[in-house]
Design a protein around this ligand. Sequence first.
Ligand code: PLP
Length: 437
Amino acid sequence: MTSPSPDPATRAAFVPHSAPFQVASAEGAYLITPSGQRILDAAGGAIVANVGHGRREVAEAMARAAESASYVVPPFTTPERARLIDRLIDRWLPRGVTRVMFTSGGSEGVEAALRLVRQHHLAAGRTGKWKTIGLDLSYHGVTLGALAVGNHAPRRAGMEPLLVGFPHAPAPYRILGAPAAPDPADELERIILEEGPETVAAFIAEPVVGSAGGAMVPVEGYWQRARQLCDRYGMLLIADEVMTGFGRTGKTWGVDHFGVTPDVLVSGKGLAGGYAPLCGVYATEAVVAPLAEQRQDVMFHTFAGAPSACAAADVVLDILEREDLVARCERMGALLRQRLEETVGDHPNVGEIRGLGLMIGIELVKDRRTLERFPTEDRFAQRVQAQGLRRGVFYYAAGSGPVHDALLLGPPFTINGEDIDTLVNVLAESLSAAARG
Ligand code: PLP
């Protein structure tokens, strides 16, 4: 037996990251290493940090909450939970979405949504409806139901025997260099009919695809058509806004770009801005009504909605409101996009720059003219990421399947113009260094 590595960063993972990276503290848009090097967090961690790192008022609210009640089971109410739920319903959730259940992470939230839609139909007597249709390029989390309904090829690889057979519809994104595909909304309808609408409980999608594709925005009209199809075939529409929610795309919700209201919305990451593990599953009264009539319980996760986590989220949302940060996200997103186009828009390894707000993807290719991609095993996006880290900027490596090399940018909404220049200039250098090998 080998002895454990003495390096704590290496011991923190089963398979250590090739370059263990230690963070001693974080402030604003920066991570700070034990030797004092400042790393610009161009991804807000995993597209999480929205109000920036090191907000003392959030930490203080969490400490106060932990002091007053360390833990209570999720169905009980605490002042922090009640305050957060009021704020969500009054100021954040789409009109008509008025029911809230907390989980700790996004995968748990998606699982809860999959169970909720099944329970909804069961309670209403539609016992045959169990399938949730997902999309070919999507990521909904790494627990088994979430992995099954998503389709992030590398994250599913080898796990197939463990995954329930949820159907997948063709991705509604224009894939760089790919021939024109049939209308994806027609394709969704075809899948519903093939599966049999009497077996289909719901359709789930991300308004903008995050880690599976690098900020891919659906083709015009897709979400509106998906909403109509759900209504026509008695299915619920689940918006997975774990990454896009709470302002990340420059509007409160990703679905706001399409003028569509989902029946169930799942959103975590930005809810507590990285200060606490917290996600919410939000639903309309109509979704919950059959369960309520039958007095059916929805099982909770032990640590969901911990008082300190709810206190953190309440202050994070308050900061977003007070500092008008969703509007800032839209402005800084436009500036970042413009600076990227100017500086790396013509780079031979940049195929496309895309996204909404401060959720921006850069698809990387071997040759911009032919759109040929690097072989998957070259892990080009990871190489750019490593070059960026050496130069003091953290980029998130994303992509799967046909779009396997992308960078995802998602800095805090508080990022300033000077940091945007650093992000973009270091990216140009990192791309060239990675391409040199
Ligand atoms: N759904 C989406 C859209 C995500 O981007 C993620 C994580 O990146 C998840 C679900 C899973 O969330 P978690 O990692 O918190 O379980």
